[in-house]
Design a protein around this ligand. Structure first.
Ligand SMILES: Cc1cc2nc3c(=O)[nH]c(=O)nc-3n(C[C@H](O)[C@H](O)[C@H](O)COP(=O)(O)OP(=O)(O)OC[C@H]3O[C@@H](n4cnc5c(N)ncnc54)[C@H](O)[C@@H]3O)c2cc1C
Length: 448
């Protein structure tokens, strides 16, 4: 673990949480899904001395080429895992920085309504997803922690020979026996569908009535095209009626990551569905994007016109949130547990927090094969309330940006609703949560 070099809430970690990391465990873990959350989880577990296999449906690691913002809460976790310095060195063009939103009107002359207040140590990351994943992959020695590619999990059952063990089945007909399964297989999680079978369809992600147009643009090109608004270093939320655009710089301020949202507020969320078989992500023409914003001001229109190959994402999420993230010895992390609207830039961060909490609980000196179900219950008790709260808050944030917040669409109304939006997301003490989980395990007689 690297030395802490900056002030961190996690620096108050009780030593008990970490003193166990070298104790050999009598169980193995299988992680289904090698996205950002699965890989952070794998690295954490391996560093805690736990044996891990990763099963990934794709033929190699890969991420769609877009930016992802990682908030100060998740940056602290990366640092605590000893990953931050290496992610930084792998991606030197995107060092951690204080990245508070500027809220600007999308129409007229783009008046600034509010600049979110930050603390000096509110360091966030804005990284290219593929670079981030590449940086993470380098931490896993394939001879110790193999990733099994082309393995799409489609079955989970108990072993007939040893009912304490779990069998994962894959679409190619092969199987794998393990002690604990972590479902990190994203928003369309098969693991989630297999463990939540209560007939409620709660495991199915809902269309959120919001589409997002995404793309990357050269900042130099935008300056040449006459964009006057300062696009760096702060991320910008351009606000309008039922629409908003998020822009933030990546690649050492050379590239602007653009996500332009359009929401249909005329129908309650959950009532609209995409036609069967329609893909959630499709390429679209530049004209389609620009038409949605034709009444907006010069700067956002110029940005949208400059996107070379825009894609349209029909945003889905787990609304309403799940009632449980675990069943038996199977637990969910990341989007599999709480796929949310991206309006707080907090989805991946919550998954990284899941990985941290899961790792610390599994690494505890008293965690063993015989009490894994209880330890997963502790994980669920800690993580579900927090991540589900962020999931609901993400929807509420989008409503504010698009003029549908509690205090209405006026500038003053939006400003009122924007106050301290990120406070609870960024400044949360995860180690205190973990201690609550450990205390619960003691109260239940699982830990002594
Ligand atoms: C428009 C948009 C903008 C966003 N912006 C941000 C942001 O700024 N900040 C932020 O924190 N978050 C953001 N998010 C959310 C963030 O992208 C996700 O929360 C995060 O990528 C989820 O990571 P994950 O590892 O849980 O899932 P994924 O990245 O989806 O990875 C899942 C992996 O599992 C594999 N898999 C799937 N099914 C199976 C199976 N059955 N068997 C084996 N493998 C399987 C997949 O191939 C994939 O590799 C945004 C999301 C969207 C849509």
């Amino acid at each position: 673990m690297t030395t802490l070099t900056r002030t961190s809430l996690l620096s108050i970690t009780p030593p008990e949480l970490f003193m166990t990391e070298t104790i050999a465990k009598d169980f193995r873990v299988a992680i289904v899904g090698g996205g950002i959350c699965g890989l952070v989880g794998a690295i954490g577990l391996v560093r805690a001395g736990i044996k891990v296999d990763i099963f990934e449906a794709a033929s190699k690691y890969g991420e769609v080429g877009a930016g992802v913002g990682i908030g100060p809460n998740a940056v602290r976790v990366l640092r605590e895992f000893g990953l931050l310095d290496d992610v930084e060195s792998f991606s030197p063009e995107d060092p951690p920085s204080v990245r508070a939103f500027k809220f600007i009107l999308g129409t007229g002359t783009h008046d600034m309504l509010y600049h979110y207040p930050t603390r000096e140590d509110d360091l966030g990351l804005g990284v290219h997803r593929a670079s981030f994943l590449d940086a993470l992959v380098k931490f896993l020695d394939p001879s110790v922690t193999p990733t099994h590619f082309n393995k799409r999990c489609n079955q989970i059952s108990r072993s007939n020979e040893n009912p304490l063990r779990i069998i994962l089945g894959f679409s190619d007909g092969t199987s794998h026996e393990t002690d604990l399964v972590i479902g990190a297989d994203g928003i369309r999680s098969s693991v989630r569908s297999m463990i939540i079978q209560d007939g409620s369809k709660a495991e199915m992600p809902t269309f959120t009535n919001t589409v997002a147009y995404r793309g990357l643009v050269s900042i130099e090109k935008l300056k040449l095209a006459g964009v006057k608004t300062e696009l760096t270093p702060s991320p910008i939320c351009w606000m309008g009626d039922s629409r908003h655009i998020i822009t933030f710089p990546i690649k050492n301020d050379h590239v602007l990551n653009v996500v332009a949202f359009v929401t249909d507020f005329s129908i309650p969320m959950g009532h609209l569905t995409l036609p069967k078989g329609e893909p959630w992500v499709v390429p679209v023409s530049k004209e389609e994007v620009v038409n949605e914003y034709e009444d907006w001001g010069n700067d956002p229109l110029t940005i949208l016109k400059s996107i070379e190959q825009p894609t349209k994402w029909s945003l889905h999420g787990l609304y309403p949130p799940l009632n449980s993230y675990v069943k038996g010895k199977v637990g969910l992390i990341g989007d599999a547990a709480h796929a949310m609207l991206p309006h707080m830039g907090a989805g991946a961060g919550q998954g990284i927090e899941d990985a941290y909490v899961m790792t610390r609980l599994l690494a505890h000196q008293q965690t063993k094969a015989s009490n894994l179900e209880d330890v997963l219950q502790a994980y669920d008790r800690i993580r579900r309330p927090r991540a589900n709260a962020v999931l609901l808050r993400s929807k509420a944030c989008g409503d504010i940006y698009e003029g549908h917040g509690e205090s209405g669409p006026s500038s003053r109304g939006r400003e009122t609703d924007l106050q301290y939006l990120w406070e609870e997301v960024w400044h949360h003490d995860l180690d205190a949560d973990i201690q609550v989980g450990i205390d619960w395990l003691r109260d239940e007689g699982v830990f002594v």
